[in-house]
Design a protein around this ligand. Structure first.
Ligand code: UD1
Length: 312
């Protein structure tokens, strides 16, 4: 049994990681400042975990949180492209300064490995698809720059201090517990909840943008594999976490219609600043080095997610 520290444990991905670790009999500690995470995501597991309310900006709290920890799963962030365009300083504080604080604490506590929620936004809008880790990154939004800067810090901490680090570039993770209520929420959480209410979803742009939408269970599995993969294959490395397939927003809307029983049409609004057009991952590096294989495909993920929101 190992002790895992989850930063951002109140979030959609952090709380999903906690549930899976508990079901595997592992020990879980976590912290959140509830800036985007939610207490209700932890309700049934609060008694089973060592939870602390803390902010990544508090180095003393990070040192305390890392004591005795085997693996850190660093999910805490302000995870929004448009929010970072409005507030680049806030994005940098949470997404870069916060990461460096946690890395320093993990290094000092001699944590075995840190696995980081990096982002596919690092690739930017370069025309070549699929995106492969060897491509030169070309971030557009402050969020994408911050996530990429943190990746480099992870690699630096491996090179300079031999702290084993792994960066997982998430491609549009979705699933149960993703918050649909903020203007910065992921598109699927918004579309599903809006359509279940019989309301019209808004597509920004022409709807022909595409994403490699990745169901949460695949991201959870990738994190746990990244903790256990041999250091020779994983440490100091960056991996895409995705499915290797993409779907446009127009196609996604059509898939959601029968699942949500929504018979109307979408509204179309202006394209969103900082957005990229297409996103699709090559996942062969994660398959070869981590043994990662997406377990739940897009359509099955949509079905499970719609069911979860419907049951709320
Ligand atoms: C980006 C990053 C992702 C990151 C996430 C955090 C890429 C490829 N991905 O996702 O790694 O974790 O930010 O926020 O850069 N949209 C609508 N209607 C809505 C909401 C969104 O049409 O109501 C559109 C957006 O304009 C965009 C697409 O849906 O074209 C996806 O948006 P969103 O779910 O916010 O994620 P990304 O910005 O792709």
């Amino acid at each position: 049994m190992a002790l895992y520290l989850i930063s951002g444990i109140g979030g959609f991905i952090g709380s999903s990681l906690a549930r899976e670790l508990l079901s595997r009999g592992e020990q879980v500690r976590g912290f959140d400042n509830f800036s985007t995470g939610k207490r209700e995501n932890l309700t049934e597991i609060l008694d089973l975990i060592d939870f602390r309310e803390a902010d990544l900006g508090d180095l003393a709290a990070m040192h305390a949180a890392c004591g005795g920890v085997d693996f850190v799963l660093h999910q805490a962030a302000i995870p929004s492209v448009p929010k970072s365009v409005l507030d680049p300083l806030g994005s940098n504080r949470a997404n870069v300064d916060g990461t460096v604080n946690l890395l320093v604490a993990a290094r000092d506590a001699k944590v075995k490995r840190v696995v980081y929620a990096a982002s596919s936004s690092a690739y930017g809008d370069t025309p070549t698809l699929p995106k492969i880790e060897t491509m030169k990154p070309d971030p557009i939004s402050p969020y994408a720059v911050a996530k990429l800067a943190s990746e480099h810090y992870l690699i630096s901490f491996y090179r300079c201090y031999q702290l084993e680090t792994v960066a997982l570039r998430y491609f549009n993770i979705f699933g149960p517990r993703q918050d649909p209520t903020s203007p910065y929420s992921g598109v699927l959480a918004k579309f599903i909840t809006v359509m279940l209410r019989g309301e019209q979803p808004t597509i920004f742009g022409d709807g022909e943008q595409s994403r490699d939408f990745t169901y949460i269970d695949n991201a959870v599995e990738a994190n746990l594999l990244a903790c256990k993969a041999p250091a020779s294959k994983a440490a100091g490395q960056v991996f895409n976490v995705a499915t290797g397939h993409r779907c446009t927003l127009n196609e996604t809307f059509k898939l959601l219609q029968p699942l949500t029983s929504y018979t109307g049409q979408p509204k179309y609004g202006p394209e969103r600043g900082g957005d990229i057009k297409h996103s699709l991952a090559d996942i062969s590096k994660a398959e070869a080095a981590l043994g990662y294989k997406p377990k739940v495909d897009f359509q099955e993920g949509l079905r499970r997610t719609v069911e979860w929101y419907r049951s709320r």
